[in-house]
Write a protein that binds this ligand. Structure first.
Ligand SMILES: NC(=O)c1ccc[n+]([C@@H]2O[C@H](COP(=O)([O-])OP(=O)(O)OC[C@H]3O[C@@H](n4cnc5c(N)ncnc54)[C@H](O)[C@@H]3O)[C@@H](O)[C@H]2O)c1
Length: 437
């Protein structure tokens, strides 16, 4: 066995702070409150329902993950956030239309109390929204200071021992890392001169890390993944992860593509199209926000299939991703995938996937898991990029020079082995040879 990490116990309450209190965040908060009251099961949550095998198969040691590593209890979670509109969590959840009235009314009192703090908002980054609940500041430095003060006062007000931040804010316009983001020094100067290269998503991430609050980004916007903020997270030993929750079509893609590759079947093309009608869809109706999402969605196939190693199978793939805003569907997104594959002697075949999903129902348990795992990482002294949480993201953050691992099953094995290592158990390498010796 390896030596268990010294992990601080999760004593006291844990704040879960979310920039963006829309469909995902409110489905998460309402669901968590229902679960706390015993009205629902935490379906979709690995931290709550997942198990972990320890030792050999003959040992029959398969505890629940939450009984193996010391995670915060759901009853100790307190929710808060920021939004560009003043609706409390009940009003925002009603507007989002994800959960039925019957569910929302059962936690009406709890949701009414969760009022968003004013957002750091810049319409250059989210064109489709006109904020009515935004901070005023004379510089981005001041905006960051205000968010830091929000975090401190939220912790004080609710008597919190610790907090984590999981961003559920609207997708911002596509941005590539540039000079202002390359080092912490240049980032700090850019904050002082309110450089437009610093987005609101980065301001939240910076404020969180400065407050030693672990941070994960559920949106595809550029934030903690810029070199400056990775440097800051390493320097302060704060866990960070992201980005873009891997919920629907991309989740399917990272299940099916590894299966094709495992059998050495070829791929000629993958056409993915979606319709969705929630506010996320409305924001994505703007070409600049859409580009952030498309880049995030398009990146997965290449890394899973490795065309450089298998040019005869994956050297010439047509990969198309379309997202269309279609209001009648609300949060009940529908995705279609047409996958043109080929097998023995090059004979063509097709796979069709029609996924009638519910976006926020798939994302909400991920917010819970990320909050609990980020908090665990911090108590276990693991700062910087948490690659073991790639499982949850379309565009996983990795150390410079590494390519991201997108295969869902490799990601799950890594997550499990990281937990085993934290808990002082042997990692499982699945050779199984010792059973036959
Ligand atoms: N639902 C999913 O399955 C899924 C999957 C992957 C990624 N995401 C991403 O998660 C994010 C949230 O999705 P959603 O469906 O809840 O969207 P949503 O539109 O319902 O909620 C986003 C909220 O963010 C607020 N907002 C915008 N700019 C802000 C700012 N600068 N500061 C604070 N709040 C701000 C908006 O007012 C809105 O209430 C989006 O970026 C989406 O692309 C969602």
């Amino acid at each position: 066995m390896s030596e268990a990490r010294d992990i601080r116990e999760p004593q006291g309450k844990l704040g879960v702070l979310m920039p963006g209190m829309g469909a995902v965040a409110t489905a998460f908060m309402a669901g968590a409150e229902l679960i706390k009251k015993g009205h629902a099961e935490p379906i979709g949550s690995l931290t709550q329902l997942g198990t972990i095998r320890l030792g050999k198969r003959t040992e029959n040691r398969v505890p629940k993950i939450k009984d193996f590593v010391p995670l915060a209890e759901m009853g100790d979670l307190v929710f808060g956030g920021w939004d560009a509109f003043p609706d409390d969590a009940y009003e925002a959840a009603t507007l989002a239309g994800v959960l039925e009235k019957e569910h929302l009314n059962a936690v009406w009192g709890e949701l009414r109390q969760i009022k968003p703090m004013p957002a750091v908002f810049d319409s250059r980054y989210v064109h489709k929204l006109s904020a009515t609940h935004a901070k005023s500041y004379s510089s981005l430095r001041e905006a960051a200071e205000q968010v830091r003060e929000d975090i401190r006062s939220f912790k004080r007000e609710h008597g919190l021992a610790r907090a984590v931040m999981v961003s559920c804010a609207s997708t911002e316009a596509y941005l590539q890392s540039r000079k202002a983001h390359f080092s912490l020094e240049s980032f700090e100067k850019a904050l002082d001169r309110s450089d437009p290269a610093i987005s609101p998503a980065m301001v939240y991430a910076y404020a969180a890390i400065m407050e030693d609050v672990p941070y994960a980004n559920g949106a595809p916007s550029l934030a903690a993944d810029v070199p400056a903020l990775v440097e800051l997270a390493n320097e302060r030993g704060v866990p960070v992860g992201g980005k873009d929750f891997k919920t629907g079509q991309t989740w399917m893609k990272t299940i099916v593509a590894p299966g094709l590759k495992a059998r050495m079947l070829g791929l000629e093309g993958w056409y993915s199209t979606n319709i969705l009608g929630n506010r996320d869809g409305e924001v994505l109706d703007d070409p600049e926000s859409l580009k952030s999402k498309e880049v995030s969605k398009l990146s997965v196939l290449e890394h899973v299939l490795q065309p450089g190693l298998h040019p005869e199978l994956y050297g010439d793939i047509t990969h198309v991703v379309k997202i269309n805003y279609y209001p009648p569907r609300g949060d009940a997104k529908e995705g279609w995938d047409n996958i043109d594959i080929f097998g023995w002697l090059g004979y063509p075949m097709q796979i069709k996937i029609n996924f009638l999903a519910r976006d926020s129902i798939l994302a909400a348990p991920m917010v819970l898991d990320l909050a609990l795992f980020l908090d665990l990482a911090q108590r276990a002294g693991m700062g910087g990029i948490q690659e073991w949480l790639s499982f949850y993201f379309k565009s996983p953050m990795v150390a410079p020079g590494l390519y991201p691992e997108h295969d869902l099953f490799i990601q799950l094995i890594r997550l499990g082995n990281t937990l085993r290592t934290i808990g002082g158990e042997e990692i499982i390498h699945h050779t199984g040879l010792d059973y036959y010796e």
